[in-house]
Write a protein of this length. Structure first.
Length: 411
């Protein structure tokens, strides 16, 4: 059945128009079930290599990065792959950055080499790597519309961009990797919260853990924030200060929820005094979050739209940009440390959606790498009328930075 679209009145903004035009496809995504497939899921994990033993070693030099996943593995093929279905349990492994592999003469494919590991051996190997890096570990949680390939590629890029010398871990939950599966991704993200928070609890309690640099992108923030709050409440010794540097890139989180509930616990006075801080990267040119904003009805943390028209009018009257950000926690303002820092990347957004500036735009990549490495006020930021909000200014005319080389730092 065809659906006729009518011209929209001029009063509709671009985001509203986009939402209306996309509505038939969004509705289709909501009512289209996930395809189970033609093979029983139990068959995928039946081979022994899907359940490795401690004696099954993994070549560390060949696969330098760590992963934890609740995705269903396919161990029936020549090379193990991780599917977009929910797995029967959390699994551990190692992987390498993208490689070109020749499948037949003259034809190559881009792939991620990976191997599953015994969980106890995995934790022992991780502890050894952390000990050699002063207890620092980088943990990345991806967002919506990701496959294991894309999240692995991004993890490797983040580690390379920041020149991170400690172990880098990606937590891969079963995102569908498809544009029109946002509702499924939301469902799977919430389904996986118990798995992730148990993993984060164990990582925070590991004897060798001294600092967790926790990075999330997009929908991944909704998995990370309540899990951090859970660990804060339940860690036996009461000390969760190892989770000190939390970075939320384009977070698909309700701004008011963040202000009212999440920030109150995570950025409490005591935790900020113990060096806890959150850095948020936001952009009003983020088309993905603009659509999420329209779907959910309220502003997202990474998309600084003014919900209150009177606040927007006041900003305009003061000749300020009509952008509204999450407020800095008042109870943390007495501490001589920044609890919450918001970096507005609107002026230098890149890509079709402006949703991944931290991996695409040279100025954002530089700032992001500095924050990963512990800097609180990297050079290049400009102050705003709010003490906790900064902007990254437009690239000066005549300058043409090599975004690809700066952001990817090819080996």
């Amino acid at each position: 059945m065809g659906i006729e679209t009518l011209p929209l009145p001029r009063r509709f903004g671009s985001s509203a128009k986009w939402t209306i035009l996309a509505l038939p496809w969004l509705l289709a995504a909501c009512v289209t079930p996930v395809d189970y497939g033609k093979i029983p899921h139990s068959a995928y994990v039946a081979p022994d290599r899907c359940n490795p033993k401690a004696t099954d070693g993994v070549e560390e030099d060949d696969k330098p990065f760590f992963f934890v996943t609740s995705r269903l593995p396919d161990c029936l093929t020549e090379n193990i792959s991780l599917l977009n279905h929910r797995g029967d349990k959390v699994r551990y492994g190692r992987f390498a950055g993208p490689r070109d592999v020749e499948r037949e003469p003259g034809k190559t494919i881009r792939t991620i080499p990976l191997a599953l590991s015994d969980s106890q051996q995995w934790w022992a190997n991780l502890a050894g790597k952390m000990k050699a890096a002063d207890g620092r570990v980088l943990l990345y949680v991806h967002g919506y519309r990701e496959t294991f390939f894309s999240s692995s590629r991004d993890t490797a890029q983040i580690a390379r961009l920041a020149n991170f010398t400690g172990p880098a871990i990606q937590y891969s939950w079963p995102s569908q990797g498809q544009l029109l599966k946002y509702p499924v991704d939301e469902t799977n993200m919430y389904w996986d919260e118990r798995n992730f928070r148990k993993f984060l609890m164990r990582l925070a309690q590991l004897e060798t853990t001294k600092e967790i640099i926790l990075v999330s992108h997009s929908l991944g923030a909704r998995l990370v924030l309540p899990s951090v709050e859970y660990v804060d409440r339940n860690v036996p010794n009461g000390d969760s200060s190892v989770m000190s540097n939390i970075i939320l890139v384009s977070p698909d989180v309700d701004t008011q929820d963040f202000e009212r509930d999440i920030a109150e616990e995570i950025l409490s006075d005591r935790r900020v005094r113990n060096d806890r801080r959150i850095t948020v990267y936001a952009s009003i040119n983020d088309r993905a979050l603009s659509l999420s904003d329209d779907i959910h009805g309220y502003p997202r943390l990474g998309y600084p739209r003014c919900f209150d028209p009177f606040e927007a009018a006041d900003l305009k009257a003061r000749n300020l940009p009509e952008r509204c950000y999450a407020a800095h926690p008042k109870y943390a303002q007495t501490v001589d440390k920044a609890a919450l820092t918001i970096v507005d990347t609107t002026a230098i957004s890149r890509g079709r959606t402006g949703h991944s500036n931290y991996l695409l735009s040279a100025p954002v990549c530089r700032d992001f790498a500095a924050v990963v490495n512990g800097e609180r006020k990297p050079a290049g930021r400009q102050a705003t009328h709010l003490d906790h909000v900064f902007v990254l200014p437009p690239i000066p005319k005549g300058e043409k930075p090599d975004h690809l080389a700066i952001c990817r730092r090819k080996q």
